[in-house]
Write a protein of this length. Structure first.
Length: 163
């Protein structure tokens, strides 16, 4: 009788553990799936702005793919002005996305969120990057700085799918 009771308790613990990790997995996968608008091979243009006017412009290429069974999103950005390798993941414990950019100058880790169809990376209190899809099926990323209480765009990359 005692053995049956212990087996029942063990069975309940195993089922509970499996259910909770399956639930956590589905939340993580749901969060990562929200970023599917970014996936693809993209070609386009990068622009740098100063005082509201384009100061530099060049060709841009971006390859964005899921990796590790869709637990991370990997971005390979190549422009005439910047090369980045970036990894995005969702942390269930913190309930936030993290954006990890790597360049020849170093690496970073920034919190991010997804709201209203936009993926917003907050690299500081006064600097952010916004990723969004465009009406024509393209993809757009731009950076803004907080200047005198207003967000001012300082770069923009616009892409169309190369496929």
């Amino acid at each position: 009788m005692n053995v049956k009771k212990h087996l029942c308790i063990l069975l309940v613990l195993v089922i509970t553990t499996l259910s909770s990790s399956a639930f956590a997995e589905s939340i993580k996968q749901q969060k990562m799936a929200q970023l599917s608008f970014m996936v693809g091979e993209w070609i386009g243009t990068t622009r740098v702005y100063q005082e509201g006017k384009v100061s530099k412009q060049g060709a841009a290429y971006q390859n964005i793919q899921y990796d590790l069974n869709q637990h991370v999103l990997v971005i390979e950005l190549n422009t005439e002005l910047l090369q980045l390798h970036t990894v995005i993941r969702y942390d269930e414990k913190d309930q936030t996305y993290y954006y990890y950019p790597f360049s020849s100058n170093g690496a970073g880790k920034y919190p991010a969120n997804y709201q209203n169809g936009q993926f917003i990376v907050n690299s500081s209190e006064t600097n952010r990057f916004i990723f969004t899809s465009t009406a024509n099926g393209g993809f757009r990323e731009y950076g803004e700085r907080l200047v005198d209480g207003q967000w001012v765009k300082y770069f923009e990359d616009t892409f169309v799918n190369s496929q």
